[in-house]
Write a protein that binds this ligand. Structure first.
Ligand code: PEP
Ligand code: MG
Length: 563
């Protein structure tokens, strides 16, 4: 085996692997921060105003062409370009004697600082803001649009960072993979790449040194980029690519090798996401994150607007199961009109269901809209509340939801208190769904957005597994469904553990379903129970995963690159 290959490391998105030549994105224009003041202030103001307007229009047009989550992402960036406060600030700077480019640069920097300080969702949107800056500056300087150039052949796109607009403009038939030096696993590029099923590795140290045309092997499952891969590695990647393509063609429902059913469901955020599932091989939606509907707005969407969106989603899914989650605002998902400012620990504050304390009507409106959509489409959505910590909260939610016409009511189990008392919660609701992202955050006292603590945030942590097991056991005892809709459901090895623990459905990004389906189909329920027991008897997260993998079928390990 050759040893001269350089391997770069990052965070992978998805399980795919691919080999191809590098195509570098056009760099952002240089920012002439020392430029002299404009001779004609009025003309400079007019020019910059027009540049912002043109950028907004171009992005809006692309959003219309794109549809789905990509359209939302582009729409959000277009809104930033059209933001009167941002444009107003740039204008005032020019009127105060600054040249146009530094005025744009400094205004954007100020907004970016505000976004960063706000944290969570807004902090991740700083990339969009900079993309607006670069596009506006390129226009002012008469330079080509920054971003990915037209691709002459199928390539691996390499960039310092890709704005959502860059990602959305990619010629998908020619993009083999994406490698990003910056960004994060929950950033826009990662979300979009995951949605499109493109192998992607983000936070790759050293990616900016990769030159155009260099061959690289991108392995999202391993989170690696190998420079100039040898024939052996190329062969392995190709075999895996073919095997994954075959798995992606399967449409059978989720079952273990001996026929025990575990529903495989999709996580979505918009009606367009639901429409994209019309022909997808998923048994329904296990998590509809409705907060996407409220993002980027200054007031809540009306009952009519919401009913329209929910009806579209239910209609697209036909008679399939749909679990709608009520608004989960706050902490990592701040919303301008509901999130309280000034809380020292927003993740522990008035977020999720707790908003009912100050604004019950916000929740009632949403519940009514869901019930109306159900009536209109003949669907039967299951509806659950996020961030439930006590049985009183579960009871309060169930009462409100039923009063507004919801038939099947559940709560998320994403706070340790809820997991420990899952039996009590299940006595007052019809089902629960484990949100392992937040459950890990609250069990391990670790901010889910803090990359440097990912080892603590690991869903394989024994304490997190114990809480998942306690919840699943309560479900088995009372005979009510316990699903998992956190990221851990997308890990095929963890999916086996969850099945062995008694979880009844797994909800994940649609691109992750084929791998999980394959893993389940190669293990009996009894084997899943053994795997779960082995994982639970480990003392550390690393040992738990290792103990699980030791019992996983060799072909599953190889094809899905589970390590
Ligand atoms: C979770 O916390 O695991 C979850 C599914 O919800 P979200 O990621 O939207 O907080
Ligand atoms: Mg959550």
């Amino acid at each position: 085996m050759a040893t001269s290959q350089t391997t770069l490391h990052g965070s992978g998105v998805g399980r795919g692997a691919v080999v191809g030549p590098v195509a570098r994105a056009h760099p952002a224009p240089a920012l002439h921060t020392e430029a002299p003041p404009p001779d004609d202030v009025a003309a400079a103001v007019a020019e910059v105003t027009e540049a912002f307007a043109q950028v907004a229009r171009t992005l809006e047009k692309r959003a219309e062409e794109a549809g789905g989550t990509i359209a939302d992402v582009l729409g959000a960036t277009a809104m930033m370009a059209a933001d009167p406060e941002l444009v107003g600030q740039v204008r005032s700077r020019i009127e105060g004697g600054q040249a146009a480019v530094p005025a744009v640069d400094r205004s954007v920097a100020e907004f970016a600082d505000l976004f960063t300080a706000a944290g969570g969702y807004l902090a991740e949107r700083v990339t969009d803001l900079r993309s607006v800056r670069d596009r506006v500056v390129a226009r002012l300087l008469g330079l080509p649009e920054p971003g990915v150039p037209a691709l002459a052949r199928p390539s691996v796109v390499v960039a310092d960072d890709l704005s959502p607009a860059d990602t959305a403009a990619l010629e998908l038939d020619k993009v083999l993979g994406i490698v990003i030096e910056q960004g994060g696993p929950t950033g826009h590029t990662a979300i979009i790449a995951g949605q499109l099923g493109i192998p992607c590795v983000v936070r790759v140290v050293g990616a900016s040194a990769l030159e155009d045309g260099t061959e690289v092997a991108v392995d999202a499952a391993a989170g690696t980029v190998v420079v100039d891969p040898d024939d052996e590695l190329r062969g392995r990647v190709e075999t895996r690519r073919e095997a994954l393509a075959t798995l992606a063609g399967r449409t059978d429902p989720g079952t273990t090798a001996d026929g025990h059913a575990v529903a495989l469901l999709a996580n979505i955020g918009t009606a367009e996401d639901a429409e994209r599932l019309t022909d997808a091989a998923v048994e329904g939606v296990g998590l509809f994150r409705t907060e996407v509907l409220y993002l980027g707005r200054t007031s809540a969407p009306t009952e009519d607007e919401q009913a329209e969106v929910y009806a579209r989603a239910l209609g697209a899914l036909g008679g399939r199961k749909v679990v709608v989650r009520t608004l989960d605002a706050g902490a990592d998902k701040p919303l301008a009109f509901v999130t309280r400012s000034g809380e020292e620990n927003p993740a522990l504050g008035v977020r999720g269901f707790r908003l009912v304390r100050t604004d019950e009507e916000l929740l009632r409106t949403q519940l009514r809209a869901i019930a109306r959509a159900a009536e209109r489409t003949g669907g039967d959505p299951w509806v659950m509340a996020p961030m439930i910590a006590s049985v009183e909260e579960a009871e309060q939610f169930a009462t409100l939801a039923r009063a507004e016409g919801v038939r099947t009511v559940g709560v998320m189990v994403e706070v340790p208190a809820a997991a420990l008392r899952a039996r009590d919660l299940l006595a007052v609701v019809d089902f629960v769904s484990l949100g392992t992202n937040d459950l890990a955050q609250y069990t391990m006292a670790t901010d889910r957005l803090l990359g440097e603590l990912v080892d603590l945030l690991d869903p394989w942590q024994p304490a997190v597994l114990d809480l998942v097991a306690a919840t699943a056991e309560a479900g088995l005892d009372v005979g009510k469904p316990v699903g998992v809709c956190g990221e851990s459901a997308a890990d095929p090895a963890m999916a086996l553990v969850l099945t062995g623990l008694g979880v009844t459905s797994l909800s994940m990004s649609p691109a992750a379903v084929p791998g999980v389906r394959f893993a389940l189909s190669r293990h009996s329920l009894e084997r899943c129970r053994e795997i779960a027991a082995a994982a639970r008897s480990a003392r550390t997260a690393v040992d738990a995963r290792r103990a699980c993998l030791g019992l996983v079928d060799a072909q599953v390990r190889e094809v899905l690159a589970l390590g």
